[in-house]
Design a protein. Structure first.
Length: 590
């Protein structure tokens, strides 16, 4: 539902946005940067405001171009029909997807979003869209899907999703159940072919890409079998979803034909432009639909009519590019992975499988089955998470490097850790070149932290800014992390805290304070302190002033709010896997 917003109103909202963003940057970097207009948080909001203005003026194509430019530059997908009041703050835009209506002073944390679901009810924001009040905050990996009313001053916690009901004002929604201690069991990899189609010919690659464009055009226009014209093809190739699909299919063709270096170069280009990490050896059938490719990760095999939404993944447990293809999942035809969901390890998902928000599948699923994560549906409370002054702890983590020689020594230890992981997983020498973004991410962080500790705040921010735009990782310069840092897929990773040596963060890992973007520049919530040899797995995270001991493994989808001891494994609550037939029979009986 688009409202008529004139240029005067757009400028007023931009002034409120700038005021809030500059306060956030001053609290984050310790000074007010003169280059704040280059910050992705401001670029994202500016492009959205312009796209929304031109959409209200009836210039749909121009609004569409600005929206796609926003997705390519900042990594955020904000629909131009979305109506958001002034004071919008998106501290780290990568992985953020917004489609709906929100009031003033809204805050969207990394990899969060609001959007539509299969319900088409219109409550004033558009068919299937949520309606959100003022002073709204949504935490890391939080989400609202569907036509629900959210009151004023509502806080959606880390990992919570709203998919079933309205939420009144002045409450906090957090996941129903927290992590439990246990043992993480991994399935052994199997020797099995990954590419099951003849993708070594240009004709087949072009045909698959054409079916992708046809499928995208049909869904965008709401019709079936639209006759493709040159304008449709050019318009589709200018979108991030079709561009990501085209770059993947080209890299896969080169990979199958044995041109490894060229395939790796195209894969790098896809990571740089779209922040989509797709292994060039992966096989994806025709009619693929990737509406939000930013922070998407895939390494395995998928059939035709494959659909994946924001921040979804289908990868081996050890990462997209740091594990062999045989350790990845195999998906049948017509599989849908919704937002913040995925498949991990050598699991098989049958035809017509549906994986709903916050569900991370690690076991086999039969045909026409669905995976549900009921623990992520928010339970409400009137108490906000604990906050405190932003203080650099005197203990925890490693000492900051004082000289350039110490920085080089830490980087040498980081490279040694990467080689160990690749050797342990048996990755071929040709694929090792794909880990260049991972090392670039760590390299830029090390120098940003060094310059920050030396007092060269502007140089530190320049390194941080290059890291965000080139790799998609947001690692605060003041974060203190020991040697052996390992981030295989940087896109969408957010770190604001202290950690010891041999720290590992997988796809979509989040480590940060209870809340970011406080109106008070001098106060920010306390940050986590993490010990040595800790692994934060896929879509997992640590939030708030907590302490994590040594030798801790945080399993996929696990959100940690409380301190833990040494040598423990934290598991997320079990999923519920049901068949469509059973659900339909229960709905009919009720």
């Amino acid at each position: 539902m688009t409202e008529n917003v004139d240029w005067k109103e757009t400028r007023r909202r931009l002034r409120e946005d700038r005021r809030r963003i500059r306060k956030h940057l001053a609290a984050k970097f310790g000074y007010s940067p003169r280059t704040w207009r280059l910050d992705p948080s401001y670029v994202c909001v500016l492009l959205y405001r312009l796209a929304h203005y031109w959409r209200c003026k009836g210039r749909g194509k121009l609004a569409h171009i600005l929206t796609q430019l926003n997705a390519a530059v900042s990594g955020a997908e904000i629909h131009p029909d979305s109506h958001i009041g002034g004071g919008l703050l998106i501290p780290s835009p990568h992985g953020v997807a917004i489609s709906g209506r929100a009031g003033k002073n809204a805050t969207f944390m990394p990899c969060s979003g609001i959007g539509t679901s299969w319900k088409t009810k219109d409550i004033g924001a558009g068919p299937g869209m949520p309606l959100v009040g003022d002073e709204f905050r949504i935490g890391f990996c939080g989400g609202i899907l569907g036509p629900f009313r959210i009151g004023d001053s509502v806080w959606i916690g880390f990992g919570a999703s709203v998919t079933t009901r309205d939420i009144p004002s002045d409450v906090v929604a957090v996941p129903r159940r927290g992590p439990v201690e246990g043992e993480c069991k991994r399935r052994p990899s199997q020797d099995r072919p990954v590419c099951v189609r003849d993708h070594g010919r240009w004709r087949n690659t072009i045909q698959d890409l054409r079916t992708d464009i046809q499928h995208y055009t049909d869904r965008r226009l709401g019709e079936e079998s639209v006759r493709l014209k040159a304008g449709h093809v050019i318009s589709a190739l200018l979108t991030t979803q079709i561009l990501a699909s085209a770059l993947y299919r080209l890299s896969h063709l080169l990979f199958v034909r044995g041109w490894q270096r060229l395939s790796i170069a195209v894969c790098w280009l896809n990571i740089l432009i779209n922040k989509a990490t797709i292994h060039p050896g992966s096989c994806i059938g025709p009619r693929a639909f990737l509406p939000h490719p930013s922070c998407f990760a895939f390494s395995g095999n998928a059939g035709s009519d494959f659909t994946c939404y924001a921040l979804s993944l289908a990868t081996p447990m050890d990462g997209v590019l740091s594990a062999p293809l045989s350790a990845g999942p195999i998906l049948g035809d017509d599989v849908v992975i919704t937002g913040h969901a995925g498949v991990l390890g050598p699991a098989t998902v049958g035809e017509g499988g549906r994986i709903f928000p916050k569900a991370l599948v690690t076991s086999d699923m039969g045909p026409h089955a669905m995976a549900l994560n009921t623990s992520s549906r928010g339970s409400t409370s009137t108490e906000a998470p604990a906050q405190g002054e932003y203080e650099v702890p005197t203990d925890g983590g490693q000492a900051s490097p004082q000289t350039r020689r110490e920085v080089v020594a830490l980087l040498r230890e980081d490279r040694r850790r990467m080689r160990e992981e690749l050797k342990r997983n048996g990755v071929s020498n040709s694929i090792k070149r794909l880990l260049f973004p991972a090392y670039l991410c760590v390299w830029l962080y090390r120098w940003s932290h060094y310059f920050h500790r030396k007092g060269f705040l502007r140089v530190a921010r320049a390194c941080w800014l290059a890291n965000v735009y080139l790799t998609g990782a947001d690692i605060a310069p003041r974060s203190r992390i020991g040697g052996g840092l390992y981030i295989p897929q940087p896109a969408g990773v957010f770190i604001c805290g202290h950690a010891g040596s041999r720290f590992t963060v997988m796809v979509g890992g989040m480590i940060g304070p209870s809340c970011v973007g406080s109106e008070d520049e001098s106060a920010s919530p306390a940050i986590p302190e993490i010990g040595d040899n800790v692994t934060v797995s896929h879509h997992a995270g640590v939030q708030g002033p907590v302490r994590i001991g040594n030798d801790v493994f945080i399993s996929p989808g696990c959100i940690v709010y409380k301190s833990t001891g040494n040598g423990v494994t934290l598991l997320a609550p079990d999923l519920r896997i049901r068949s469509f037939a059973k659900r339909e029979s229960e709905s009919a009986s009720s």
